[in-house]
Design a protein around this ligand. Structure first.
Ligand code: ADP
Length: 323
């Protein structure tokens, strides 16, 4: 491998810049040239590509977002779109790719690698933490901290007015942000997609008398289709439990922004080094994951399966601690 391309794709996440920096510097350290590809797969199709030297990634480790920009690119989902991307790669002399993104981006990487025999290594870049085979994804810790500081503020007003707040957090179809955010902020409950079809989480929470000794409560709700989001949940409460004074807060894109936490910077830095080492070892079509603090290779096909389990102990802990 003489030249690698690096891109960020799909939803942005704090720490993506730290990952770009690490990939770039590690490649250069090993004598490999680096090309920065802008706007994800879109830039790979249109040729928005720039030679990267070490100074291109100076002073970015602390910055949120991604200097390479990111985009959603429906064209890459087509055979024709990927053929164009392959031509551009060849024209720019790129022999391998590092793709930083979520499960959509890694699904694209998998398709591309199957069609064209290109070595691709993925880094899990998403605040949702929903990739299988890794304990953590880049951006998750920062987003969790953002949620906690927001909920701390909501708590002040909730307790002054003795209200019940439903706070909607991101996570797509995964409840990691809601569940861990609830534990870390001392919220009373979390309504998460993993149980949406299994039980009536709202009724259970209220029937368990979660407010016996408290006047105010905060419930975190995953944004997912299966939970219906915080608005839907609040509407139901207003109808079925009119004794509560209900408010809704949707945290939204605030969760994607901000300077990455130390943990995310370290994770991104370690994973970036591992991505280049993986390519040098001849690994391909794997995502770098972290399990029990050790870096591992996870085949794309496994990483994107969307069946990463929620830790039941955390669900129990939240229930116990909210009495
Ligand atoms: P994320 O990576 O954050 O999950 P998306 O799901 O939006 O974000 O995916 C990002 C991009 O990856 C898409 O816009 C598309 O270009 C590409 N992609 C997603 N799924 C596929 C697929 N099955 N085949 C090819 N490309 C895909």
């Amino acid at each position: 491998i003489k030249c690698i391309g690096v891109l960020t794709s799909g939803g942005d996440a704090p720490g993506m810049n730290a990952a770009i920096r690490s990939v770039t510097r590690t490649a250069i350290y090993h004598g490999i040239r680096v090309k920065g590809i802008y706007r994800g797969y879109k830039g790979l199709i249109t040729g928005e590509i720039e030679d990267f030297e070490t100074q291109h990634v100076s002073n970015i480790i602390q910055r949120g977002g991604t200097i390479l920009k990111t985009a959603r690119c429906p064209e890459f989902c087509t055979v024709e779109g990927r053929a164009l991307a392959h031509e551009t790669m060849r024209a720019h002399g790129i022999d391998a790719l590092v793709v930083i993104g979520g499960d959509g981006s890694l699904s694209g990487a998998r398709e591309f690698a199957e069609e064209y025999d290109i070595p691709i290594v993925g880094l899990p870049g998403t605040i949702d933490n929903d990739l299988y085979g890794t304990d953590l994804t880049i951006g998750y810790d920062t987003a969790l901290n953002t949620i906690v500081s927001a909920v701390d503020k909501i708590r002040d007003t909730a307790s002054s007015h003795e209200r019940l707040f439903f706070v909607e957090v991101m996570g797509r179809e995964a409840g990691f942000l809601a569940l861990n955010g609830a534990i870390a902020s001392g919220a009373e409950a979390a309504i998460i997609p993993e149980y949406a079809f299994e039980k009536d989480q709202l009724a259970e929470t209220i029937e368990n008398g979660f407010r016996k000794t408290k006047n105010s409560s905060i419930v975190l709700v995953s944004e997912s289709e299966s939970t219906g989001g915080a608005m839907k949940v609040a509407e139901r409460v207003e109808k079925e439990y009119p004794q509560f004074d209900v408010r809704v807060v949707i945290l939204g894109h605030i969760q994607r922004g901000g300077s990455p936490s130390a943990q995310d910077r370290i994770l991104a830095s370690r994973m970036g080094v591992a991505a280049i080492e993986a390519l040098l070892e001849g690994q391909r079509n794997v995502m770098i994951g972290i399990v029990n603090d050790a870096l591992v290779y996870v085949p794309f096909s496994k990483a994107i399966k969307k069946n990463k389990p929620i830790d039941e102990d955390l669900v129990d802990a939240l229930r116990i601690l909210s009495i």
